[in-house]
Design a protein. Structure first.
Length: 143
């Protein structure tokens, strides 16, 4: 998906996925921040946030949200990551080469990144043979 965000640009430099967004290539040549690359960066970070949630369960359990609030350190890290990311994107400016996004562009970023959750669920459905040492500690599936 990140490749689509990066390369889905027509011949005139307009982005095909985000209306009104120009390719960041010209700004990049001049060392200026662009909405295009900010969207790419923001989507990548939120994909990582959703991947952290996916990574909570590495066995046969499918519900990654089960017991999510029992580990307050995890919740604090997720919340802190989202807050710091919002600050970086909205106020990073030339120092971090970001441009403040409007709420629609934020929805695009988080909406696209969200699909890592169902993707992780589908990957957990693929049967993988257990190693000998894993059979001794076979987990219980709650779903």
């Amino acid at each position: 998906m990140l490749f689509a965000i990066l390369y889905a640009v027509d011949a005139n430099g307009n982005h095909l996925m985000f209306p009104g967004v120009k390719s960041g290539q010209e700004n990049d040549k001049e060392g200026l921040p662009s909405v295009h690359y900010t969207i790419l960066f923001n989507t990548f970070v939120f994909m990582q946030v959703f991947n952290e949630i996916n990574s909570r369960k590495v066995d046969l359990q499918k519900n990654v949200f089960e017991g999510i609030f029992t580990n307050w350190i995890f919740v604090i890290i997720i919340v802190a990551t989202v807050i710091v990311q919002a600050l970086i994107v909205q106020f990073g400016g030339q120092a971090i080469r970001t441009v403040g996004l409007d709420w629609v562009q934020w929805l695009y970023c988080v909406g696209i990144a969200y699909f890592t959750l169902p993707w992780g669920f589908l990957l957990r459905l693929i049967p993988v043979p257990m190693e000998e040492w894993e059979k001794e500690y076979e987990p219980i599936s709650y779903l």
